[in-house]
Design a protein. Structure first.
Length: 106
């Protein structure tokens, strides 16, 4: 997590930052769950693109990078199992970091 990016995006508004983090957590969990259902590639690309933008907006750099790699593989028609696994791991690693931030700020 790049906290400086989140602070800049929220103009230092801690309440807004908490709201954005909570929205991201819910969205990330939902998208990962939906990707598990092996939707068609077009839907996968849309889901991954959405997650990439949300991650970038809050400074979740590892998730944004993994989503970008996954999106590129899907757009090129390449096998996306490895990039999707990397995306799942990035989300799984980022969510506890966000939970730690939320506890610290509570």
């Amino acid at each position: 997590m790049e906290l400086a990016h989140l602070e800049e995006a929220t103009a230092g508004d801690e309440e807004l930052a908490r709201e954005l983090l909570a929205l991201f957590v819910g969205q990330a969990r939902d998208i990962v769950r939906r990707l598990e259902g092996a939707p068609p590639d077009r839907e996968r690309r849309e889901l991954v693109h959405t997650l990439k933008g949300s991650a970038a907006a809050i400074g979740a750099v590892a998730v944004a990078r993994a989503a970008d790699a996954c999106e590129a593989a899907l757009a090129a028609g390449q096998q996306a199992d490895a990039p999707l696994d990397a995306l799942r791991r990035a989300v799984a690693d980022t969510l506890p970091a966000i939970a730690d931030l939320e506890q610290r700020d509570a």
